[in-house]
Design a protein around this ligand. Structure first.
Ligand SMILES: Nc1ncnc2c1ncn2[C@@H]1O[C@H](COP(=O)(O)OP(=O)(O)OP(=O)(O)O)[C@@H](O)[C@H]1O
Length: 366
């Protein structure tokens, strides 16, 4: 039986580490290779549920019947070993309903394996781009529910844990869905810890600078509404970059043509206004003009409430449930916002000026 205090001390770097204590036993289970092989039927190809750059993911069943996802590092992946260890070290300290839970790990000889909570509906990317076996178009409410879950997970990472955690690789393939369509963030191999206290403005600037992502997961919000990837080279040039095209369509009042056809007539105008308002603020070219993650979360929840209220009103008029919403006329805020020079949005840089970057450096070193 491991001593949890010893594990905690060595994990925090306060105790000399032996090679075996490189990973934080005591915070999660350490499995033997035999247990992992038994769980995956010897890594049977039929147990494979996905593949990433660093290895293969299997569906497995532990001896107590728990169904889990088992991520096995490819033996040739040296960089992946560091990432998987980073993921274990970070995930074992984080617990939240919108983060995929770490169950344990196995390090034996060349084998390195991470055991994670199983997310039965796979990734959001699988769904949006029709990769999943049982692909069905997602309803607007499901999509909003997913956005809210992702926003809650990110909000927790940035301000709910002792140190801010910068995921650094947020995209739809890292957003996994459980049976109830609850969205949980996964894959913390590239994540970085920030200082323990940071203002929300500094967090926004830091997130942008460290991750290089443009407006948190704004492209993912756009995916959900438009049902297409951020870049699509098969489309005419003016439509290839989703954010540029969306801003242009908003400015010209033609956004309804850009929305995923499956969603046409199903989004209440007041809900769409709220959603576009927050999504467009998230992609503001200046990092310090973007909303804090808490505000994103609350605004998406409000959008969901507006949709719910509008649906109830419509259902009282059309009990059969067969109704279509009129096209939204957009609020002055959105029209003005989209009126910004859309060329801004073709520059997917950090959005930080030199003085912004210096401020962030100062904040981190203080
Ligand atoms: N916990 C899980 N539950 C269910 N399926 C999972 C789980 N983790 C990963 N998967 C599946 O395995 C696939 C590969 O996951 P993985 O994290 O290895 O790579 P990725 O995020 O798709 O890509 P990369 O790591 O190369 O950027 C995912 O897209 C998903 O379909």
């Amino acid at each position: 039986m491991k001593n949890p205090l010893g594990s905690l001390l060595s994990f925090l770097g306060l105790k000399k580490k032996s090679p075996r204590s490189e990973l934080p036993e005591g915070f999660c289970s350490r499995f033997s290779l035999a247990q992992i092989e038994a769980a995956t039927n010897n890594f049977h190809p039929l147990s494979i549920i996905g593949k990433g750059a660093f290895g293969t993911v299997y569906k497995g069943t532990l001896h107590d019947g728990t169904i889990v996802a088992i991520k096995r590092l490819m033996s040739s992946s040296y960089g992946g070993r560091g990432e998987l260890k980073n993921e274990v070290r970070l995930l074992c300290q984080l617990r939240h309903p919108h983060l995929v839970s770490l169950i344990g790990f196995c390090v034996e000889g060349p084998e390195m394996v991470v055991v994670l909570e199983y997310m039965s509906r796979g990734s959001l990317a699988d769904f949006l781009f029709g990769i999943g076996k049982d692909h069905v178009p997602l309803s607007w409410k499901h999509r909003l529910h997913i956005c809210i879950g992702a926003a809650r997970g990110l909000h927790y990472l940035l301000s709910g844990a002792k140190h801010a955690v910068f995921h650094c690789d947020i995209k739809s393939s890292k957003m996994l869905l459980d049976e109830e369509w609850c969205c949980k963030l996964s894959d913390f191999g590239l994540s970085k810890l920030g200082p323990s206290t940071m203002s929300s403005k500094a967090l926004i600037r830091m997130e942008t600078r460290i991750t290089g992502t443009y407006g948190y997961m704004a492209p993912e919000y756009a995916f959900l509404l438009f049902g297409r990837p951020q870049y699509d080279s098969t489309l005419p040039e003016e439509k290839q970059n989703l954010l540029v095209w969306a801003m242009e369509s908003l400015r010209e009042g033609t956004i309804h043509h850009a929305i995923d056809p499956y969603l046409k007539g199903r989004i209440a105008p007041e809900c769409l206004n709220k959603y576009l308002e927050i999504a467009s603020r998230c992609v503001h070219p200046k990092g310090n003009e973007r909303p804090a993650m808490g505000e994103v979360e609350v605004t998406l929840e409000l959008a969901m409430e507006l949709q719910g209220r509008a649906d109830s009103e419509m259902e009282s008029i059309y009990p059969s449930g067969e109704f279509m919403y009129e096209e939204a006329s957009f609020s002055a805020f959105i029209r003005n916002f989209a009126g910004l020079d859309s060329l801004y949005y073709s520059e997917f840089g950090s959005g930080l000026s030199d003085s912004d970057s210096n401020n962030v450096e100062n904040e981190l070193s203080s």
